[in-house]
Design a protein around this ligand. Structure first.
Ligand code: MOS
Length: 752
């Protein structure tokens, strides 16, 4: 049996309740403070001067016109920019910093992509800064560039993929593929994607003297506040107590605010120079180059199976892009390590260098792209074997994870497929393509599994118990899609047995105990682990306080528990409030820290199954979603309402990934041409059908300190494959490239 990672907890029914998300009203009424909106006296505005070539060198900067424009205070160029200490970016330092790219804004003369910040204008209004930035003239020595990943040699191997080697071989995958009775060998091309959260990035930096020393306060749209603070401490050579980073709300991020992009550093530089607060608000357009994106990819998936449908060989390979200067490695082969049983497995990734901004995390990297290729290939194989796609997957259900040889914890993939199929009416699907019509529409159903690893980041939280019966959580974590405050208050309420209305939380400020990165669907899990630890520490403390009472005299921590706000021992109980009063304390606080374990005895992932029904108009190549359903297994669901919203949001993003989202470069100029929401298409209400979300609740304390695994990202994984598989069922046509736009449908797949 697998060793248990954490002692299981039992919750009262507060955990799981579909409580309203706190702060929802402030968000919809426009009073919620987003990073660009803080009122700061004497605020100045900066605007970067963007490169307009993809590769070369700036040989001269003429700012004479810009300098004389009204409202302009200063122009930063490589000549006068304040120097910062070089630190290693996140990708090179294993998150030792949150720095995305090693390029320092306004300090470089070398140009690596269109939209790089070569200089900056500081002015007394946004408009003045913007107008003057456009009047700064850059002269270049132009070099030949390459922005097309399919024209750039992919002959380089990333050093590692999320800490694992970029190649992995088990058995004889090529030999086994050749010998297999049934084979599929497919190629997939996936377009680049940009994140497009409602809130674009923004930073207000306020560098001033305080007690004779510099003090830097930064309001920054960020998924990694604590790490950002430490990064600024290093770059600007300050002490931690001299830097405060604040981000009370994140208006969507999906990975693009996971690391610190150059505008944040530029804002600090500008503020340091001016000794005044400076704001940089990034426009939608500037996000296409100023910040990262999901890399375009080429993937190959080959599967060999015997005639009974047992997989004998699985090969997943391909390449992604990185920038000329830095490395981001998208580990798209990772899901093939753990989805299906096979004795022969080969994973092999390379990368190419292109002259564009560094790629970055975008919702469920790398499972979103990896599961597309793998699960379309699985559908093709099922079709060749004349097996139902669910039956084929059941025949390849592994007993242990192929690459790690560990037993799974809380896998439940088969149950997700079976329960989802039942609810969706999968039995009504005709396995032969082109057999269902609705008027002019060809109708088809498709499915694909979903998966995401259970991840955590080091996180600390302080829990305070007060003598008025309330409790409070402090952590420098993030209020993003998760509903962090709502869910953590629910958790603490349940751990102490006090009403959830008596629990409050403060987050989003680096003066609080350090939170982890809110990426990798890790926030609830990691922060919950820290809250649990803090509660344990408080309990030891309270047991000590209680030991003056005869009934509690020689009790050990394990002999008592919290129920209804009371410390309950075998023979008596006493309320937390009475204990604090008796000890003449207004409050009692403890900090708990969560550290993710490195050597879990189990393979820890979440699973799910997606089912979709599409209608296809063959004449126009239009694909319409008709129904979507998903069934997930992510351990304990902490809040049924916020969880459902998370799952649905990711599924909708999956529709965008499948059918619409595509960053387009004009490779001749090396520029992104659809850098706006008019031309970069994301789903709107009318694109989205009825969505059903269901889940299996099986607390997973092997994987998680609170029994619940991340839910933010799994909902997008597998969606594009399910849609491609449904298009095949509707039309008999396979689409292997993303997004599956009308033009790609009409052209047919190049490899079909
Ligand atoms: Mo997510 S792509 O880890 O913000």
């Amino acid at each position: 049996m697998a060793q248990t990672g954490f002692t299981p907890l039992t919750y009262d029914d507060t955990v799981g309740q579909p409580l309203e998300r706190r702060g929802g009203r402030a968000k919809v009424t426009g009073t919620a403070p987003y990073s660009a909106e803080w009122k700061v006296d004497g605020l100045l505005y900066a605007m970067p001067v963007l490169s307009t070539i993809a590769r070369g060198k700036v040989v001269s900067i003429d700012s004479s016109i810009a300098e004389s424009m009204p409202g302009v205070k200063m122009i930063l160029t490589p000549e006068n920019v304040p120097r910062v200490k070089k630190v290693r970016p996140a990708g090179e330092s294993n998150f030792g910093t949150s720095l995305a790219s090693s390029l320092i804004p306004a300090a470089e003369r070398d140009v690596y992509f269109v939209g790089q910040y070569m200089a900056a204008v500081i002015a007394d209004s946004f408009e003045a800064a913007r107008d003057a930035a456009m009047a700064v003239k850059l002269e270049y020595e132009v070099s030949e560039h390459q922005t097309d990943v399919f024209q750039s040699p992919a002959d380089e191997r990333p050093k590692d993929l999320q800490g694992e080697p970029p190649t992995f071989t088990m058995g004889d995958p090529d030999g086994a593929l050749k010998k297999a009775a049934v084979q599929v060998d497919l190629e997939f091309k996936l377009a680049a994607n940009h994140h497009n959260p409602i809130e674009p990035h923004a930073t207000i930096a306020d560098w001033k003297e305080k007690d004779g020393k510099p003090f830097l306060r930064v309001y920054d749209a960020s998924q990694s506040i604590s790490l950002s603070q430490m990064t600024l401490v290093q770059m600007f050579e300050l002490k931690p107590e001299q830097v405060q980073v604040i981000c009370k709300l994140v208006g969507g991020a999906f990975g693009c605010k996971g690391l610190m992009w150059p505008h944040s550093i530029l804002a600090v530089m500008c503020s340091k120079v001016m000794q005044a607060p400076v704001k940089i608000a990034i426009s939608r357009e500037m996000m296409y180059g100023g910040t990262g994106h999901r890399t375009p990819m080429f993937q190959r998936v080959a599967i060999g199976a015997d005639s009974d449908g047992k997989i004998e060989s699985l090969i997943h390979s391909g390449f992604a892009s990185t920038s000329r200067k830095d490395v981001y490695a998208e580990a798209f082969t990772m899901p093939s390590r753990s989805m299906y049983a096979t004795a022969n497995l080969k994973l092999d990734q390379t990368q190419c260098r292109v002259d564009s901004q560094l790629p970055t995390f975008m919702r469920a990297p790398p499972e979103t792209p990896g599961m597309f290729a793998l699960e379309v290939a699985m559908d093709v194989m099922a079709d060749k074997l004349k097996l139902d796609p669910i039956e084929f997957r059941k025949r390849n259900e592994p007993s242990i994870e192929p690459h790690s040889k560990k037993p799974y914890s809380g896998r439940h993939l088969v149950e997700c497929m079976e329960l989802g199929a039942k609810q969706f009416g999968w039995a009504n699907r005709n396995n032969s393509p082109r057999s269902t019509r609705d008027g002019h529409w060809l109708v088809g159903m498709g499915m694909a599994p979903a998966t995401f690893p259970a991840l955590g980041f080091p996180t600390a939280a302080r829990v305070t118990l007060r003598s008025d019966g309330t409790a409070h959580i402090d952590c420098c974590s993030h209020e993003l899609g998760t509903g962090t405050e709502t869910v953590q208050c629910q958790l603490l309420s349940s751990l102490l047995g006090i009403p959830v209305k008596n629990v409050t939380m403060e987050l989003g400020d680096s003066t609080l105990p350090p939170g982890g990165i809110s990426g990798g669907s890790s926030t609830t899990f990691s922060l919950g682990g820290a809250v649990r630890k803090a509660v344990d520490a408080l309990k030891s403390n309270l047991v000590k306080l209680a030991s003056t009472n005869a009934d509690f005299k020689s009790l050990k921590v394990d002999d008592v528990r919290f129920t209804e706000g009371k410390l309950v021992g075998p023979s008596a109980s006493i309320s937390i409030v009475d204990l604090l009063k008796q000890a003449k304390k207004d409050s009692l606080a403890e900090v708990g820290s969560f550290q993710p374990g490195k050597d879990s005895k189990t393979a820890n992932h979440s699973y799910g199954a997606h089912f979709v029904e599409v209608g296809v108009d063959e004449d126009f190549g239009i694909v319409r979603m008709r129904r979507m359903l998903a069934c997930y297994a992510c351990g304990t669901i902490m809040n049924a309402k916020t969880a459902r919203s998370q799952f649905m949001g990711a599924m909708i993003m999956g529709v965008g990934h499948a059918l619409m989202e595509e960053t387009k470069w004009d490779h001749h100029l090396g520029r992104i041409t659809n850098n706006n929401l008019a031309e970069y298409h994301v789903p709107v209400q009318a694109d989205i059908p009825k969505i059903d979300v269901m889940w299996i609740t099986d607390p997973d304390f092997n994987a998680s300190p609170i029994g619940g695994k991340g839910i933010g990202e799994i909902g997008i994984t597998g969606v594009a494959a399910a849609i491609s598989n449904a298009i095949y069922n509707a039309t008999g046509r396979r689409l292997y490239d993303l997004p599956m736009t009308p033009e790609r449908f009409l052209k047919g797949s190049a490899h079909a």
